[in-house]
Design a protein around this ligand. Structure first.
Ligand code: NAD
Length: 327
């Protein structure tokens, strides 16, 4: 492969990923499976690693996907809402953890969590009262969807303590709500949603909160924008603190201190994933100590103290590009 060919491939790949991102994030209507997107994204990363001088600010590797839709007020996230780096095999996961352990020998434990297949939301409380809810958007600017989020039962409008806090987590559509919604849409001759994630995203970004309410969404919260107000100094403790404040957290998290335990967690949830009432697309492994998380830091797009292990796709794709280039 000549250098010129490779750069041409790089530019086409970048453009294609942007089109897929627009369909996925803005139109809630993906045209390819996530695994196809992921493979091509990987290829882009490889090309960028080999040719750092090609990387431009508009590359999908430099941006959290998604733009704000017209019709919604915009919310600036003072603390950015990031994505997650991902790995697709236990070997890669092992390498990631090994590298982190080597760089930070003080790391003692990781917190394993399920990767909920929904979309990220942020909830801001003043004196314990919900005052604003927003989408992740491009990570820096999201959409104000406060009235829609107020229709979701699992989101407390008043916390158990009168504190100021910004909490982040995942909004998802339970499998049952998804099946019912698509059944109804089919009956009405409407397009069905490709998956619960896109259905949840479409349902949250409705101009009429009654429509959102009818979609029966739910949430699991797992993070706060600013740790200063917390009593705990661990990710697992943070989850319990969020529960005490009135949030719904996913109770399946597990604190581990070796790769065997991570492996067991992955095995277990791979086996029982279909029996869960909500979709998961992987596992998230996070450094458990919050001060260390801050010390380890982030890139422009992802935290360096966490990684998502993605489940293999249901139908394995073998082609790198699932598209036909017209050159
Ligand atoms: P991501 O979904 O892979 O991972 C980051 C997100 O995981 C976070 O923002 C958060 O919302 C979520 N999450 C769920 N559970 C979590 C937990 N316990 N802790 C922390 N975060 C948790 O990244 P992304 O940037 O939202 O999306 C990229 C992915 O979207 C791609 O890997 C691809 O699979 C998919 N995608 C698909 C298409 C397509 O055309 N099919 C297009 C664009 C993106």
């Amino acid at each position: 492969m000549t250098n010129e060919d490779t750069q041409e491939e790089y530019n086409r790949l970048k453009d294609q990923l942007k089109v897929w991102s627009r369909q996925y994030y803005n139109e809630d209507n993906p045209s390819v499976e996530d695994s196809v997107y992921d493979k091509n994204y990987r290829r882009l990363q490889e090309l960028e690693a080999a040719h750092p001088d090609w990387v431009t600010n508009d590359s999908p590797t430099q941006n959290v996907g998604g733009q704000t839709l017209p019709g919604f007020d915009k919310v600036r996230h003072n603390i950015p809402m990031l994505s997650l780096g991902d790995v697709f095999s236990e070997e890669e996961l092992h390498d990631f953890i090994q590298r982190l352990d080597n760089n930070y020998p003080q790391i003692k434990e990781y917190n394993c969590e399920l990767k909920i297949d929904g979309l990220a939301i942020s909830l801001r409380y003043e004196n314990g009262i919900l005052v604003q809810g927003s989408t992740r958007g491009n990570g820096s600017i999201g959409e104000d969807i406060t009235n829609n989020l107020k229709t979701i039962e699992s989101i407390p409008q008043k916390l158990t303590k009168p504190i100021n806090i910004e909490v982040r987590g995942e909004c998802y559509m339970p499998k049952e709500s998804f099946a019912r919604l698509n059944e109804q849409r089919e009956k009405n001759g409407e397009d069905v949603f490709a998956n619960p994630r896109n259905a949840a995203a479409g349902s949250l970004r409705q101009l009429d909160p009654k429509v959102t309410a009818s979609r029966k969404l739910s949430t699991f919260m797992y993070n706060v924008a600013d740790y200063d107000d917390l009593e705990t100094n661990s990710q697992s403790g943070l989850l319990e603190e969020l529960k005490d404040l009135g949030f719904t957290i996913n109770p399946t998290y597990r604190v581990v201190n070796n790769m065997n335990d991570v492996h067991d967690y992955i095995q277990h949830y791979t086996e029982i994933r279909d029996s869960l009432s909500y979709g998961i697309d992987g596992i998230v492994i996070k450094e458990n100590n919050l001060s260390l998380q801050q010390e380890i830091g982030t890139t422009v797009k992802v935290p360096k103290w966490a990684i998502a292990f993605k489940f293999p796709p249901e139908e394995v794709e073998t082609k790198l590009l699932d598209i036909e280039w017209t050159v």
